[in-house]
Design a binder for this molecule. Structure first.
Ligand SMILES: *[C@@H]1O[C@H](CO)[C@@H](O)[C@H](O)[C@H]1NC(C)=O
Ligand SMILES: *[C@@H]1O[C@H](CO)[C@@H](O)[C@H](O)[C@H]1NC(C)=O
Ligand SMILES: *[C@@H]1O[C@H](CO)[C@@H](O)[C@H](O)[C@H]1NC(C)=O
Ligand SMILES: *[C@@H]1O[C@H](CO)[C@@H](O)[C@H](O)[C@H]1NC(C)=O
Ligand SMILES: *[C@@H]1O[C@H](CO)[C@@H](O)[C@H](O)[C@H]1NC(C)=O
Ligand SMILES: *[C@@H]1O[C@H](CO)[C@@H](O)[C@H](O)[C@H]1NC(C)=O
Length: 667
């Protein structure tokens, strides 16, 4: 039983066939329903959008599309065989790959739609090297060639329309163009990516082949691009196949036919431009060549940028490495606590100014935080212009690094970098003692009471004693002063910079003796011996005692003339019997004035001019702790301030002696 739907479909099919596909007349406004009516081979297919895609953009491929049924092309007229007039119109679209596409397509009328021997590339899928030019081919074609094959086919340009008779070497060809009037024509690109309409009309009576091409937007020009008188009778046989061939070579394009109309014995139906399928996609809506150029441009600029970035990266890396690179001399390896410059660099954010804690005679001190451990340290950067002595000094420093005493700033490590030496110390949150005692501008400073001051002095003394007597070797500090006394969070004092003065001495010309130390703290003998001793440390410690008790700097430039030098002023006051004047007003009211006086006396005892009469640090500690009393009859030996030359005075023994008893009398 046949359903009504099937019958209806059959009727529809018949009506379609009769309307659109008589044996001599058909039209495809798009190819969606054309698959039964066309013979496709090679790469050719009908796309989802209804486009006849002869080739895609792969290289070296061929595509054929022929109307399935043969078309009679020869008729007998007045006892003579003549070629039947034919007319065709179609819309083609060539989407190239890259800046130049290839190779082109043909409208072909051929004896055999199999086209044996057809080749890709310049042969446009129509003929091949084995049959090109053979009269037995029975091939007529209009080529739309986008590649110039000058050697093979004597072509003069890569954008032409030509007539091929059994031979890819065109009998006539013209650059793609259209006439706007009878004389002037406009050239255009076949592979521009825009749809192009072509009209091919052959008049069997006057045997003239007219070929016209124009962009789709242009109505059919009145003058054909090619008007070629040719009798196709030797080409055609009675039944021929009409259709398209196309190929790609090394250059490739997607070749599309969007619509096709064909007719014999009369003009082809006009293609309905309002009912065309969607045109093929042109990449980026710009021409493929431009897109390729842009693509190459983008890629190359990305590449260039990447290369530049890489080079910058390498440069920065090398520069960073150069910042960190360490030339480690053999002797350096032997000493413990050597730290990596890289780590110190990172800890101080590249020795940034914001991390600067202070600058002293030896160099800058930076606060450093090791990123991993969060350990806070103070990093002292000492510049040494002379290389000599560095290794000895580092040896000394690194051995000092083994010292551990609660009143000595702990040396955590060291690092040599070119001419710089970096010493890493524990960080002391309350800064240095001098800042606390003297910085009267700082309203937030801690005002130390007597107990705290005495505790600090005892602590510093204890540290100095350790250096002088208790460690495995005797160490002379060489620069005892309030700015080298650092305070921990509990105001526990620690003596810093021990041994550093040696560095300055090493750093200078060895032929001249440079005395390290700080003005106001320097024992008189240093100026002629140039040799620091434990005794000169004691002298400096004595000055420190006076400082802390009086709250004055060793040399106070703003003070009245007789009070400028703290030591001389204190001696003077002591001689005159009013040593109490020296005591800092901040602590003067405090109860244990006797203890304060005792410390002042110890200070004066330490600051005696002759090394032999100064007490040792052990004695000093005993005095401060009260475990040993200063003898009442102790005489102070000091340099006569009126004398110009200490050395000459020493030889003539012209010292003044002051009885300590007067101190007690002064109370
Ligand atoms: C034309 O056809 C007639 C018969 O149909 C034939 O006798 C005659 O020879 C033909 N003439 C030519 C030139 O072929
Ligand atoms: C032309 O083709 C025929 C048949 O295909 C062949 O026999 C002949 O050799 C060919 N001639 C040339 C010049 O290629
Ligand atoms: C090549 O074409 C030019 C004109 O386009 C013509 O003059 C010349 O004779 C041709 N050469 C050959 C070998 O066909
Ligand atoms: C077309 O060109 C081919 C090759 O140049 C030649 O052999 C042939 O005779 C030409 N045909 C016509 C009709 O001019
Ligand atoms: C043809 O058109 C061009 C401009 O497109 C014009 O200059 C020329 O005069 C025209 N020629 C004729 C014969 O109309
Ligand atoms: C062919 O040309 C002749 C004479 O030029 C003309 O009368 C005839 O209409 C043309 N035929 C077609 C189909 O255009």
């Amino acid at each position: 039983m046949v359903s009504w739907a099937t019958v209806f479909q059959f009727v529809l099919f018949l009506s379609y066939f009769s309307l659109h596909c008589s044996s001599e007349n058909f039209i495809f406004n798009g190819f969606k329903q054309a698959s039964n009516l066309l013979s496709l081979d090679g790469a050719t297919k009908i796309t989802m959008d209804g486009l006849l895609q002869l080739t895609n953009d792969k290289q070296n491929i061929i595509g054929h599309a022929f109307f399935s049924s043969p078309i009679p092309m020869i008729k007998t007229n007045k006892n003579m065989s003549v070629v039947i007039s034919f007319s065709t119109s179609f819309i083609l679209d060539i989407i190239k790959v890259g800046s130049v596409g290839g190779h082109g397509l043909t409208f072909a009328i051929v004896r055999s739609k199999q086209l044996p021997g057809a080749s890709s590339g310049q042969y446009l899928g129509l003929l091949g090297p084995n049959n090109n030019g053979n009269f037995s081919n029975h091939v007529f074609a209009v080529e739309f060639d986008t590649v110039k094959a000058s050697r093979l086919f004597n072509e003069t340009n890569g954008n032409h329309v030509g007539v091929d008779l059994n031979n890819m070497k065109s009998n006539i060809s013209q650059k793609a163009a259209y006439y706007t009037n009878q004389t002037s024509k406009v050239e255009f690109e076949l592979e521009s990516g825009q749809p192009i309409q072509a009209w091919i009309d052959y008049n069997g009576t006057n045997k003239i082949l007219d070929i016209t091409v124009a962009p789709l937007s242009i109505p059919k020009p009145s003058r054909a691009l090619i008007s070629y008188p040719v009798d196709l009778i030797h080409i055609f046989e009675e039944d021929m196949h009409v259709g398209f061939t196309s190929s790609t070579g090394k250059r490739a394009s997607s070749h599309y036919i969007i619509a096709w109309s064909f007719s014999t014995e009369g003009p082809a139906q006009a293609i309905d431009l309002s009912h065309l399928p969607k045109f093929p996609h042109v990449p980026s809506t710009i021409t493929a060549s431009r897109s390729k150029v842009i693509k190459i441009g983008i890629l190359s600029s990305i590449g260039t940028l990447a290369l530049i970035a890489l080079l910058i990266g390498v440069f920065l890396y090398l520069r960073q490495r150069a910042k960190w690179v360490e030339t480690i001399e053999d002797w350096e390896r032997e000493h413990p606590h050597r730290l990596r410059y890289k780590d110190l660099y990172r800890a101080t954010k590249g020795f940034k100014e914001t991390e600067l804690l202070g600058s002293g005679g030896f160099g800058h001190v930076y606060k450093g935080v090791f990123p991993k451990t969060k350990e806070i340290v103070a990093i002292k950067k000492i510049s040494n212009n002379a290389r000599q002595g560095m290794s000895e000094f580092v040896a000394e420093i690194s051995s000092l690094g083994r010292m551990r005493h609660r009143n000595l700033v702990e040396l955590r490590g060291w690092c040599k970098r070119n001419q710089d030496l970096l010493l890493v110390y524990e960080f002391m949150p309350n800064g240095s003692l001098d800042a606390i005692i003297f910085d009267s501008n700082n309203k937030t400073r801690i005002i130390l009471n007597w107990e705290q001051r005495l505790n600090i002095l005892k602590g510093v003394g204890s540290g100095l004693l350790y250096l002088h007597e208790e460690w495995e070797q005797q160490v002379v500090h060489r620069d005892v002063k309030s700015s080298n006394v650092l305070l921990g969070s509990d105001l526990n004092p620690k003596l810093g910079d021990f041994g550093l003065a040696r560095f300055n001495e090493h750093g200078t010309n060895p032929n001249t003796t440079h005395v390290a130390g700080t003005l106001g703290y320097m024992a008189p003998e240093l100026s002629y011996t140039g040799k620091a001793t434990t005794s000169s440390d004691v002298f400096a410690f004595g000055v420190l005692l006076l400082e802390v008790v009086s709250g004055r700097r060793p040399i106070e430039n703003n003070a009245p003339t007789d009070e400028i030098n703290l030591l001389e002023w204190a001696r003077d006051c002591q001689v005159k019997g009013h040593l109490m004047k020296v005591i800092d007003a901040c602590i003067a009211k405090e109860c244990d004035i006797r203890e304060i006086e005792m410390v002042l006396k110890v200070g004066l005892v330490c600051c005696q001019s002759i090394t032999e009469v100064r007490p040792s640090m052990r004695q000093v500690i005993q005095f401060l702790n009260g475990t040993e009393q200063l003898p009442d009859d102790l005489k102070l030996v000091y340099l006569n301030p009126d004398a110009a030359n200490f050395a000459s005075q020493k030889s003539s023994h012209s010292y003044a002696t002051v009885s300590m008893g007067s101190l007690h009398e002064g109370r």
